[in-house]
Ligand binder design. Sequence first.
Ligand code: SF4
Length: 316
Amino acid sequence: MSRRPTGLPASGAAGAPAGGAAGAAVSAPIAGWYTHNGRHDLPWRPTRDRWAVLVSEVMLQQTQVGRVAGVWPGFMARFPTPEAMAAAGPGDVIAAWGTLGYPRRARRLWEAAERIAAHGWPEALTDLPGVGRYTADAVSAQVDGRDAPAIETNIRRVVERRAGRTLSPSEAAAASREAGWPLNGRDRLLALMDIGALLCRPRAPRCPECPLEPGCATARSIASETTRPATPPRVAGDPSARPRDTGDPPAGVPWRTLGRRARQPAYEGSFRQRRGRVLAELRAGPRPSADLDPAALATLVEDGLAALDGPIARLP
Ligand code: SF4
């Protein structure tokens, strides 16, 4: 599917990043790439509805895109507005959250819906429960087209590999503006996200297809590494000899570590898994609390994800 990006400046070099023509020459192909290769078919991409975008961003905070894409349409049909979610109550939201994981997000989303339904949208989205700086920027870039460089994992990986080093938050924001030029706002955010997800992948980046390759400090070391034989063949007659050096620079840039996200602890055997089992039982209906993992149930009650009616445990 291809759609024309909407964030292009009206004409000329308006909005060009510091660096001027050189930056423009390097970055311009991103617009064409995004038009033809962006993930425009993700179910939440066509909407500019603030509530729908907020729900997608909260789901994407800790869950992979493919799983969110399977849940988001039904979830939005069930809770199309903050008012609908507020009226439904937290138990329904937690039940509909299904297996997206980290269900505190469902509880916080219901609290946010309740607040919006009662008082309207706040001026600063970060005033809503469960909405941090990144989520607020990502929503306002997508809905209002605001020039908010929201740096999530994929974009951080792209801009750090392009720079060839780790970047501070303000450096990453400036680098995303430059890498994404001439796109801005919504299209820049989505284009860089899509490059990170489809091309600048953590393990096997596809640099030759990347519109940012001409200005990328890391692409060459990736290319030399991926074309080098994994185990150099021995030279007959001299077991210690190795093939002549190719002339490529040593892989001084640890590209695999650039933009790397902290590893999540293993789920299998974890306390999180025990909580997940109890929550799955409660999604099916109220249960005698004596039949459930007591430690897991206690923390779910504490987090507002479960409630007790005497000896019976249920969703809140
Ligand atoms: S050229 Fe390669 S390393 Fe550089 S941004 Fe593109 S995919 Fe990432």
